[in-house]
Design a protein around this ligand. Structure first.
Ligand code: HEC
Length: 272
Protein backbone atom coordinates (compact mmCIF):
# COMPACT_ATOMS: atom_id res chain seq x y z
CA UNK A 1 0.00 0.00 0.00
CA UNK A 2 2.75 2.45 0.97
CA UNK A 3 4.47 1.53 -2.23
CA UNK A 4 1.35 2.39 -4.21
CA UNK A 5 0.93 5.68 -2.38
CA UNK A 6 4.54 6.55 -3.05
CA UNK A 7 3.99 5.84 -6.69
CA UNK A 8 0.96 8.14 -7.00
CA UNK A 9 2.80 10.88 -5.21
CA UNK A 10 5.69 10.49 -7.59
CA UNK A 11 3.35 10.63 -10.58
CA UNK A 12 1.62 13.75 -9.28
CA UNK A 13 4.99 15.38 -8.77
CA UNK A 14 6.26 14.57 -12.21
CA UNK A 15 2.97 15.78 -13.75
CA UNK A 16 3.42 19.03 -11.90
CA UNK A 17 6.98 19.28 -13.18
CA UNK A 18 5.80 18.73 -16.76
CA UNK A 19 3.03 21.32 -16.33
CA UNK A 20 5.61 23.78 -15.03
CA UNK A 21 7.90 23.23 -18.02
CA UNK A 22 4.97 23.67 -20.40
CA UNK A 23 3.81 26.82 -18.65
CA UNK A 24 7.29 28.33 -18.83
CA UNK A 25 8.07 27.61 -22.46
CA UNK A 26 5.82 30.25 -24.12
CA UNK A 27 7.50 32.87 -21.94
CA UNK A 28 10.88 31.81 -23.26
CA UNK A 29 9.61 31.97 -26.80
CA UNK A 30 8.15 35.42 -26.27
CA UNK A 31 11.30 36.70 -24.64
CA UNK A 32 13.10 36.00 -27.89
CA UNK A 33 10.48 37.61 -30.08
CA UNK A 34 11.72 41.18 -30.00
CA UNK A 35 13.68 41.53 -33.22
CA UNK A 36 14.00 37.75 -33.31
CA UNK A 37 15.04 35.90 -36.44
CA UNK A 38 12.94 33.30 -38.16
CA UNK A 39 14.37 29.82 -37.74
CA UNK A 40 15.96 28.36 -40.85
CA UNK A 41 14.96 24.87 -39.67
CA UNK A 42 18.23 23.53 -40.99
CA UNK A 43 18.39 19.74 -40.96
CA UNK A 44 21.91 18.39 -41.41
CA UNK A 45 20.60 14.86 -41.91
CA UNK A 46 18.65 15.99 -45.00
CA UNK A 47 21.17 15.12 -47.72
CA UNK A 48 18.90 16.37 -50.52
CA UNK A 49 18.76 19.81 -48.90
CA UNK A 50 22.55 19.89 -48.49
CA UNK A 51 23.04 18.84 -52.12
CA UNK A 52 20.70 21.57 -53.37
CA UNK A 53 22.45 24.03 -51.07
CA UNK A 54 25.86 23.06 -52.48
CA UNK A 55 24.65 23.54 -56.05
CA UNK A 56 23.06 26.91 -55.23
CA UNK A 57 26.20 27.98 -53.40
CA UNK A 58 28.48 27.09 -56.29
CA UNK A 59 26.20 28.89 -58.76
CA UNK A 60 25.43 32.06 -56.86
CA UNK A 61 28.06 32.59 -54.17
CA UNK A 62 31.35 30.94 -55.12
CA UNK A 63 32.06 33.65 -57.71
CA UNK A 64 32.86 35.98 -54.82
CA UNK A 65 33.26 33.89 -51.66
CA UNK A 66 35.83 31.16 -51.04
CA UNK A 67 35.44 28.16 -48.75
CA UNK A 68 39.12 27.84 -47.99
CA UNK A 69 38.80 24.88 -45.60
CA UNK A 70 36.41 22.83 -47.67
CA UNK A 71 37.57 20.35 -50.34
CA UNK A 72 35.35 19.21 -53.19
CA UNK A 73 36.28 15.60 -52.41
CA UNK A 74 35.19 15.89 -48.78
CA UNK A 75 31.93 17.50 -49.87
CA UNK A 76 31.28 14.62 -52.28
CA UNK A 77 31.86 12.06 -49.56
CA UNK A 78 29.75 13.78 -46.89
CA UNK A 79 26.85 14.70 -49.19
CA UNK A 80 26.68 11.30 -50.87
CA UNK A 81 27.78 12.46 -54.33
CA UNK A 82 30.10 10.70 -56.76
CA UNK A 83 33.31 12.38 -57.92
CA UNK A 84 31.77 12.52 -61.37
CA UNK A 85 28.65 14.34 -60.14
CA UNK A 86 30.80 16.85 -58.29
CA UNK A 87 33.06 17.46 -61.28
CA UNK A 88 30.09 17.99 -63.60
CA UNK A 89 27.83 20.00 -61.31
CA UNK A 90 29.84 21.72 -58.62
CA UNK A 91 33.29 22.59 -59.97
CA UNK A 92 33.15 25.83 -61.94
CA UNK A 93 36.51 27.39 -61.14
CA UNK A 94 38.76 26.97 -64.20
CA UNK A 95 41.43 24.33 -63.67
CA UNK A 96 40.07 23.25 -60.27
CA UNK A 97 40.36 19.55 -59.38
CA UNK A 98 38.32 17.42 -57.03
CA UNK A 99 41.03 17.40 -54.34
CA UNK A 100 41.20 21.21 -54.25
CA UNK A 101 39.62 23.54 -51.71
CA UNK A 102 36.65 25.62 -52.87
CA UNK A 103 38.52 28.77 -53.85
CA UNK A 104 36.87 31.69 -55.58
CA UNK A 105 37.62 32.90 -59.06
CA UNK A 106 37.70 36.41 -57.68
CA UNK A 107 41.01 37.60 -56.31
CA UNK A 108 40.66 39.45 -53.04
CA UNK A 109 42.30 42.68 -54.25
CA UNK A 110 40.08 42.90 -57.29
CA UNK A 111 36.96 42.12 -55.26
CA UNK A 112 37.94 44.77 -52.76
CA UNK A 113 38.42 47.41 -55.47
CA UNK A 114 35.26 46.53 -57.32
CA UNK A 115 32.87 46.27 -54.37
CA UNK A 116 34.66 48.49 -51.90
CA UNK A 117 35.16 45.49 -49.64
CA UNK A 118 36.62 42.04 -50.26
CA UNK A 119 34.03 39.24 -49.90
CA UNK A 120 35.04 37.23 -46.82
CA UNK A 121 35.76 33.50 -46.80
CA UNK A 122 32.56 31.78 -45.60
CA UNK A 123 34.08 28.54 -44.24
CA UNK A 124 33.07 29.25 -40.66
CA UNK A 125 30.51 32.03 -41.06
CA UNK A 126 27.67 29.81 -39.78
CA UNK A 127 29.61 29.40 -36.55
CA UNK A 128 30.81 32.97 -36.07
CA UNK A 129 27.30 34.42 -36.15
CA UNK A 130 25.55 34.29 -32.82
CA UNK A 131 22.35 33.02 -34.47
CA UNK A 132 24.27 30.45 -36.54
CA UNK A 133 22.76 29.43 -39.89
CA UNK A 134 19.54 31.29 -38.99
CA UNK A 135 21.49 34.50 -39.52
CA UNK A 136 22.40 33.52 -43.10
CA UNK A 137 18.81 32.45 -43.81
CA UNK A 138 17.38 35.76 -42.61
CA UNK A 139 20.14 37.75 -44.30
CA UNK A 140 19.42 36.15 -47.68
CA UNK A 141 15.72 36.96 -47.30
CA UNK A 142 16.13 40.57 -46.14
CA UNK A 143 17.49 42.47 -49.13
CA UNK A 144 15.39 45.43 -50.26
CA UNK A 145 15.69 48.21 -52.82
CA UNK A 146 17.58 51.25 -51.56
CA UNK A 147 18.67 53.68 -54.26
CA UNK A 148 20.96 55.48 -51.86
CA UNK A 149 23.26 52.43 -51.67
CA UNK A 150 26.01 51.86 -54.27
CA UNK A 151 24.57 48.46 -55.25
CA UNK A 152 20.96 49.68 -55.11
CA UNK A 153 20.29 47.18 -52.30
CA UNK A 154 20.23 47.35 -48.55
CA UNK A 155 19.55 44.69 -45.94
CA UNK A 156 17.67 44.80 -42.62
CA UNK A 157 19.74 42.01 -41.06
CA UNK A 158 23.05 43.57 -42.16
CA UNK A 159 22.35 47.31 -42.68
CA UNK A 160 24.72 48.91 -45.17
CA UNK A 161 25.97 45.54 -46.46
CA UNK A 162 28.26 45.88 -49.48
CA UNK A 163 27.02 42.60 -50.96
CA UNK A 164 24.37 42.92 -53.68
CA UNK A 165 21.21 40.77 -53.65
CA UNK A 166 22.45 37.91 -55.82
CA UNK A 167 19.22 35.87 -55.55
CA UNK A 168 16.83 38.63 -56.65
CA UNK A 169 15.73 36.85 -59.80
CA UNK A 170 14.37 34.01 -57.68
CA UNK A 171 12.95 36.07 -54.82
CA UNK A 172 11.75 39.08 -56.82
CA UNK A 173 12.42 42.70 -55.93
CA UNK A 174 11.56 43.51 -52.32
CA UNK A 175 10.61 47.01 -51.24
CA UNK A 176 10.60 48.17 -47.65
CA UNK A 177 7.26 48.94 -45.98
CA UNK A 178 7.71 51.66 -43.39
CA UNK A 179 5.73 53.50 -40.78
CA UNK A 180 6.53 56.90 -39.25
CA UNK A 181 8.78 56.84 -36.22
CA UNK A 182 6.88 57.28 -32.98
CA UNK A 183 8.54 59.94 -30.92
CA UNK A 184 9.10 58.99 -27.33
CA UNK A 185 8.38 61.25 -24.32
CA UNK A 186 11.09 63.91 -24.43
CA UNK A 187 10.87 64.42 -28.20
CA UNK A 188 13.60 61.85 -28.69
CA UNK A 189 12.86 59.33 -31.44
CA UNK A 190 12.93 55.60 -30.70
CA UNK A 191 15.31 53.39 -32.58
CA UNK A 192 13.60 51.22 -35.19
CA UNK A 193 13.91 47.50 -34.30
CA UNK A 194 14.31 46.48 -37.96
CA UNK A 195 16.19 49.50 -39.23
CA UNK A 196 14.94 52.57 -41.04
CA UNK A 197 14.38 53.60 -44.61
CA UNK A 198 13.80 57.16 -45.79
CA UNK A 199 13.07 58.38 -42.28
CA UNK A 200 10.52 55.68 -41.39
CA UNK A 201 10.82 52.43 -39.45
CA UNK A 202 10.82 49.28 -41.57
CA UNK A 203 7.95 47.00 -40.61
CA UNK A 204 8.00 44.54 -43.51
CA UNK A 205 8.58 43.98 -47.21
CA UNK A 206 6.44 43.88 -50.32
CA UNK A 207 7.12 42.61 -53.82
CA UNK A 208 5.14 44.47 -56.52
CA UNK A 209 3.25 42.29 -58.98
CA UNK A 210 5.48 43.27 -61.94
CA UNK A 211 8.66 42.51 -59.94
CA UNK A 212 7.79 39.01 -58.79
CA UNK A 213 10.57 36.46 -58.87
CA UNK A 214 10.73 33.00 -60.42
CA UNK A 215 9.95 31.46 -57.00
CA UNK A 216 7.07 32.05 -54.62
CA UNK A 217 7.71 32.85 -50.95
CA UNK A 218 7.68 29.21 -49.87
CA UNK A 219 10.07 28.12 -52.61
CA UNK A 220 12.44 30.96 -51.82
CA UNK A 221 12.36 30.01 -48.13
CA UNK A 222 13.58 26.59 -49.20
CA UNK A 223 16.31 28.10 -51.36
CA UNK A 224 17.55 30.24 -48.45
CA UNK A 225 17.28 27.25 -46.08
CA UNK A 226 19.28 24.95 -48.38
CA UNK A 227 22.12 27.46 -48.72
CA UNK A 228 22.15 28.07 -44.96
CA UNK A 229 22.20 24.32 -44.34
CA UNK A 230 25.12 23.85 -46.71
CA UNK A 231 27.09 26.60 -44.95
CA UNK A 232 26.20 25.12 -41.54
CA UNK A 233 27.61 21.79 -42.76
CA UNK A 234 30.75 23.47 -44.15
CA UNK A 235 31.27 25.23 -40.81
CA UNK A 236 31.33 21.91 -39.05
CA UNK A 237 31.57 18.92 -41.37
CA UNK A 238 31.93 16.63 -38.37
CA UNK A 239 28.41 17.56 -37.27
CA UNK A 240 26.92 15.23 -39.87
CA UNK A 241 28.81 12.26 -38.46
CA UNK A 242 27.99 13.31 -34.91
CA UNK A 243 24.26 13.50 -35.63
CA UNK A 244 24.14 10.05 -37.12
CA UNK A 245 26.21 8.72 -34.22
CA UNK A 246 23.74 10.31 -31.79
CA UNK A 247 21.06 7.88 -32.96
CA UNK A 248 23.26 4.93 -32.06
CA UNK A 249 24.07 6.39 -28.67
CA UNK A 250 20.36 6.77 -27.90
CA UNK A 251 19.63 3.22 -29.10
CA UNK A 252 22.50 1.90 -26.98
CA UNK A 253 21.18 3.71 -23.90
CA UNK A 254 17.68 2.33 -24.52
CA UNK A 255 19.18 -1.15 -24.73
CA UNK A 256 21.07 -0.62 -21.47
CA UNK A 257 17.88 0.55 -19.77
CA UNK A 258 16.11 -2.60 -20.89
CA UNK A 259 18.96 -4.74 -19.57
CA UNK A 260 18.91 -2.95 -16.22
CA UNK A 261 15.16 -3.42 -15.99
CA UNK A 262 15.37 -7.13 -16.73
CA UNK A 263 18.11 -7.48 -14.16
CA UNK A 264 16.02 -5.69 -11.54
CA UNK A 265 13.03 -7.91 -12.28
CA UNK A 266 15.29 -10.93 -11.91
CA UNK A 267 16.64 -9.81 -8.48
CA UNK A 268 13.25 -8.91 -7.06
CA UNK A 269 11.73 -12.22 -8.04
CA UNK A 270 14.05 -13.87 -5.50
CA UNK A 271 13.21 -11.34 -2.77
CA UNK A 272 9.42 -11.71 -3.07
C1 HEC B 1 29.28 40.04 -56.02
C2 HEC B 1 30.02 39.36 -55.00
C3 HEC B 1 29.23 38.54 -53.99
C4 HEC B 1 28.41 37.45 -54.24
C5 HEC B 1 28.07 36.83 -55.56
C6 HEC B 1 27.96 37.00 -52.93
N1 HEC B 1 28.49 37.77 -51.94
FE1 HEC B 1 28.23 37.52 -49.95
N2 HEC B 1 29.35 39.16 -49.55
C7 HEC B 1 30.00 39.93 -50.51
C8 HEC B 1 30.68 41.02 -49.84
C9 HEC B 1 31.52 42.11 -50.54
C10 HEC B 1 30.44 40.87 -48.47
C11 HEC B 1 30.90 41.79 -47.34
C12 HEC B 1 29.72 42.66 -46.99
C13 HEC B 1 30.02 43.71 -46.01
O1 HEC B 1 30.83 43.49 -45.10
O2 HEC B 1 29.40 44.79 -46.12
C14 HEC B 1 29.60 39.68 -48.33
C15 HEC B 1 29.15 39.20 -47.10
C16 HEC B 1 28.49 38.01 -46.93
C17 HEC B 1 28.14 37.43 -45.66
C18 HEC B 1 28.46 38.01 -44.29
C19 HEC B 1 29.83 37.59 -43.92
C20 HEC B 1 30.25 38.11 -42.58
O3 HEC B 1 31.32 37.69 -42.14
O4 HEC B 1 29.53 38.91 -41.97
C21 HEC B 1 27.49 36.26 -45.92
C22 HEC B 1 26.92 35.26 -44.89
C23 HEC B 1 27.42 36.13 -47.34
N3 HEC B 1 28.03 37.19 -47.92
C24 HEC B 1 26.80 35.07 -47.97
C25 HEC B 1 26.67 34.98 -49.36
C26 HEC B 1 25.92 33.93 -50.00
C27 HEC B 1 25.21 32.77 -49.27
C28 HEC B 1 25.99 34.17 -51.33
C29 HEC B 1 25.31 33.37 -52.43
C30 HEC B 1 23.87 33.27 -52.35
C31 HEC B 1 26.79 35.36 -51.53
N4 HEC B 1 27.18 35.82 -50.28
C32 HEC B 1 27.12 35.93 -52.75
C33 HEC B 1 30.00 39.72 -51.88
C34 HEC B 1 29.28 38.73 -52.54
Amino acid sequence: MTKLLGMTKFRALSLRAIALVLALSPVVAMAGEEGAMASAQVDLTDKASLQRGAALYMNYCSGCHALGYQRYSRTAEDLGLTADQVEKNLIFAPGARIGDTMATGLDADQGGKWLGKAPPDLSVVARTKEQGPDWIYNYLKSFYVDESRPTGWNNTVFPGAVMPHVLWEMQGVQHAVTEPKHSAGGGETEACPHGEYQGGCITGFTIPEHQKGTQDAEQFDRTARDISAFLAYVGEPAAIKRESMGVWVVLFLAFLTLLAYLLKAEYWRDVH
